[in-house]
Design a protein around this ligand. Structure first.
Ligand code: PDD
Length: 283
């Protein structure tokens, strides 16, 4: 099945979609991206993804190529022209195309690309049975708060995890967990949810923001601090979140069982809380 994708103003067949070899996204990874989940053909956590997209653009001085309403219109068209019921919409904005030079002029026209991916996000083996993580050194650059398309460190980390039979990498900096390869990471100890605080060491996850609101609203204790890999091994429960996994239970880290080695009750509850809220706020 071929998809209809969006490239710089046009909705076209994926086989006909091209960008220049001089695109700075290709030459320098000079661009940013977003991934939005689709449930029942509706967008999940859309306002959060839009504000992070705009922040990422601002942080690297790429002008906003279109308004939020226009962007929403393009996403909706991608969802409907591909009859997407459940999955992801990927959008990438680069600084644009110009002859290769590290420095850039302010008048470049940003490149905008969007496409959809079918993926079962609610009912799947990972969210049902939980997943294994593998710890990997966090070798990323110092501005992990920007959703940059420069993802080589994550490509290698996630490939190393997969080779070890794990679903996701657990990124380790100075003995502490920053986050997952492409997800936010959490442990639960004695009823307290622990996750890395927001700073330049992690991406501010939109699923994380929504989940932490639900944690507060349901009077679950929260401690936003860096935790060590040793603490993760000794946790009662653990989980990761992302637009591409929602709330996903973690049952082993580096082949050591987390808690009982099965999905725990607090993670199950948070899965339910998140899905209920996502459905209720989808647009
Ligand atoms: N990744 N941390 C990193 C490094 C990520 O790449 C992601 C998302 C997250 C979770 O953010 P959110 O909840 O907003 O999806 C945390 C996307 C899904 C990806 O790269 O495919």
């Amino acid at each position: 099945m071929t998809r209809t994708v969006y490239v710089n103003g046009d909705f076209i067949d994926e086989a006909d979609a091209t960008v220049s070899i001089f695109d700075r996204g290709f030459l320098f990874a000079d661009g940013i991206y977003e991934v939005v989940a689709i449930m029942d053909s509706k967008l999940i956590d859309f306002p959060g993804h839009m504000s992070r997209l705009r922040r990422s653009l601002r942080e690297i001085n790429i002008p906003e190529p279109m308004s939020e309403d226009e962007l929403l219109g393009v996403i909706r068209e991608i969802v409907s022209s591909n009859s997407l019921d459940e999955g992801l919409v990927y959008m990438e904005i680069t600084r644009g195309a110009a002859d290769r030079d590290f420095v850039f002029s302010a008048d470049l026209k940003p490149t905008v690309v969007m496409f959809s991916q079918i993926k079962p996000l609610v009912e799947n083996q990972a969210s049902r049975d939980g997943v294994k993580l593998k710890s990997v050194l966090d070798l990323r650059w110092a501005r992990r708060d920007i959703k940059s398309v420069g993802l080589l460190a994550q490509v290698l980390a996630k490939q190393a995890a997969k080779s070890a039979g794990a679903y996701e990498a657990l990124m380790i900096k100075d003995g502490h967990v920053t986050e997952g390869g492409s997800s936010s990471a959490y442990i639960i100890k004695d009823g307290v949810v622990v996750t890395h605080p927001l700073n330049n060491d992690i991406l501010p996850g939109i699923t994380r923001a929504c989940l932490l609101d639900l944690v507060a609203a349901n009077e679950i204790s929260l401690d936003e601090r860096a935790f060590t890999l040793e603490e993760a091994y000794a946790a009662d429960e653990a989980f990761i979140t992302a637009a591409s996994t929602y709330v996903c239970p973690v049952v082993a880290i580096d082949d050591r069982p987390v808690g009982s080695g099965t999905v725990g009750p607090i993670v199950r509850r948070m899965q339910q809380l998140y899905l209920e809220n996502a459905r209720a706020t989808a647009v």
